[in-house]
Write a protein that binds this ligand. Sequence first.
Ligand code: 4AD
Ligand code: MG
Length: 436
Amino acid sequence: MIPDAGEFSPVEAAFAADAIGRTLRLRGWVLRSRSSGGILFFRLRDRTGSIQVTARKEALGAEQFSAVEHVQIEGALTVTGVVQADARAPGGRELKAASVGIIDAGQPFPIFSDQTEEFRLDKRHLVIRSQEHVAIFRVRAELLRALRNFLDKADVLEVTAPIMTATAAEGGSEAFAFDYFGRPGYLAQTAQLYLEALLAPHERVYALSTSFRAEKSRTPRHLTEYTHLEIELAWSGMTELMDFIERMLVSALHQLAQRRPQELTQLGRPPEELLALSVPFPRLTYREAIDRLAAQGLPVQFGSDLGIAEERALTLEEKSPIFVTAFPARLKAFYMLRSPTDPDIVEAADLLGPEGYGEIIGASARETDIDRLLHRLEEVGARREDYEWYLDLRRHGSVPHAGFGMGVERVLRWVLRREHIRDTTPFPRTPSRHTP
Ligand code: 4AD
Ligand code: MG
C-alpha cells in the first residue's frame, strides 16, 4: 500500500510543548501492541522516539481496525491522529488515531527475551532494532564524530590506506591471507606503514579504517574485524604523543557525555563519570607495572607480555585510563624506536582502559635509523624485499615521528560497560562467526 500523501512529522514532534490538540501524520514501526475490546494500543517507533497510539474501532471502521489488529511487532505503519495528554502513557502523550495505513503488516517477529545468545547472534540483523542497540550505535556514531571533530581542530589530515596488502605489518600469523591473482595478499592489520609514508607531505595524518586480525583467541575483547583509528605525527616523541592521546580521548568523551547523556545513562554509564575524566592520565613504566603486579600476587617475569589478567589487575581499581610505557623491545613490533638510554627497551606505550577493561591504544615512537630497522626486520624473520618501499621512507628525509592505533570497539566496550566487545559493533566478526 502507498503511504498517505502529504507531510509526515517525526515522532518527537508529538512531544513539543505546543503539540497537544494538533493533528500529526507519523510513520514508523510497531514496537509493541495489545488490543482490548475494540481498542488497539500500540507503540510506534521512528528514529526520533516512540509514542503510544490508541486506535478505536469506531474511529477506524471495522475493516481497517481488523487489518491493523493483524499487524505484527516491527510491522510498518502510517498513522494520522490527534496528540493528547495522557499521564499514564510513557512520555505523557498519546496519539489518538483517526486513520492507520499499513505499509507492511509483517510476519511474527522472531525476537523475544530469554533467547540464547547464539540465536540472537544468528538474528543480529533483527536484534539491532532493540532499544539497547539503538542506544549503543547512537553512542558509537557520536564517539566517531567527536574524535573526528578533535582531529579536524588539531589540523590532522584524514587519509585512506589500502585494505589489501602484500605484507602483514603486525605479524604474519595473525593476518588473513588470500589469493591476489596468484600472489599472496593479506587483509590489513594496520594502516600505520602507509600513514608513515603520508607523513612527509602532510606531517599530521589519520585514518579511520577497518583492520583485520586472524586471532583465534576467543576472548571478550577480540574481534577479527575492527574499526581502527590510527594517527601519525611528525616531529613527535612519546611525551607529545601521550599528551595528544589523552587530550583527544578526554575531549571526545566529554563531547559524547554532553551529546548522548540519555543513551549513556540507559546503557549503565552515567555521563558524569565521563565528564570527570581529565588529563594527565597516570603513567607507569612496564617495570613499575610488573612490580605492582608482583605485590598483588600476580608475578610476571621481566620480558613477558602483560595479558588480559595482568591488564585487568592493573586497572580494576582505576577510574581513569592509564599509560604503561617503556616495554621490552622483544615484546613489541619491529618499527618501534629503541630507547636512547637502554637498548632493550622501546619508546612505546599502551593505554589501558580502567575498571579492568585493559588495552585500548597501542602507541610508539618510530625507528628512524635504517640500519636498526634492518636489524629488527631480520630479528623478527621478515623478508627485506617486502619492506623495501618502507625502508625508502628512511632514505629520504627521515624525521622523528610517533603514532598510535586505537580500537574503537575496545573504547566502547569500556565506556558502555559491555561484557563482550561484539556488542559494540552491529555485525561482529569473531573466530566462530562471519554471518549475518
Ligand atoms: O596494538 P596494535 O596491534 O597496534 C598496531 O596495530 C599499530 N600498528 C597501531 C599504530 O600505531 N598505528 O593495535 C592497536 C589497537 C589496540 O590497542 C586495540 O585497541 C585494537 O587496536 N585491537 C583490537 N581491537 C579489537 N579486536 C582485536 N583483535 C584487536 N587487536 C588490536
Ligand atoms: Mg597492542
